[in-house]
Design a protein around this ligand. Structure first.
Ligand code: ZN
Length: 122
C-alpha cells in the first residue's frame, strides 16, 4: 500500500509499505492478552497502600478500554526502511493501527520526538 509521507504539514514523498489485515482470532488474542496483563496489574495494585484507591479503579476501567482499542486495530503496517525526515534515524519496524476515515496514522521519532504522518493515496 502506498502512503504519502507528511512532515511539517507538507507531503515529502511517497513510500510503499507492506500491510496486512489482521484476522479476528489475532485481534481477539491481542485484546485478551492486553486485558489480562492490565487486570493482573489491577489485582496486585490492591497491595499498594493509599494509591490503590486510584490504581484499582483506574486499571479496572483501563483494562476494558485499552483492550477494546487494541481489538479495533485491524491493520498492521510493516515499516521497513522508514526513516525520520528530520534526523534520518530509523522509525519503528511495524505499527498497528485502526483504519479511520482518512486511513492515516502517526509515527513519532524516538530520537527527535517529531511526528511523521503517513496517509494513503485513496
Ligand atoms: Zn527524528
Amino acid at each position: 500500500m502506498i502512503f504519502n509521507v507528511i512532515y511539517d504539514n507538507q507531503i515529502i514523498k511517497q513510500i510503499d509499505f507492506e500491510t496486512e489485515s489482521l484476522i479476528l482470532n489475532k485481534r481477539l488474542s491481542r485484546a485478551i492478552k492486553t486485558f489480562l496483563i492490565l487486570l493482573t496489574c489491577c489485582i496486585f495494585s490492591v497491595l499498594i497502600p493509599v494509591f490503590h484507591f486510584i490504581l484499582v479503579p483506574g486499571l479496572a476501567i483501563g483494562s476494558f478500554v485499552i483492550a477494546y482499542l487494541r481489538y479495533n486495530e485491524s491493520v498492521v503496517v510493516y515499516m521497513k526502511n522508514a526513516e525520520c525526515p528530520g534526523c534520518k534515524s530509523s522509525l519503528l519496524d511495524k505499527t498497528y493501527f485502526r483504519p479511520s476515515n482518512d486511513f492515516s496514522f502517526l509515527a513519532t521519532c524516538q530520537n527527535c520526538s517529531s511526528d511523521v504522518k503517513y496517509k494513503t493515496l485513496r
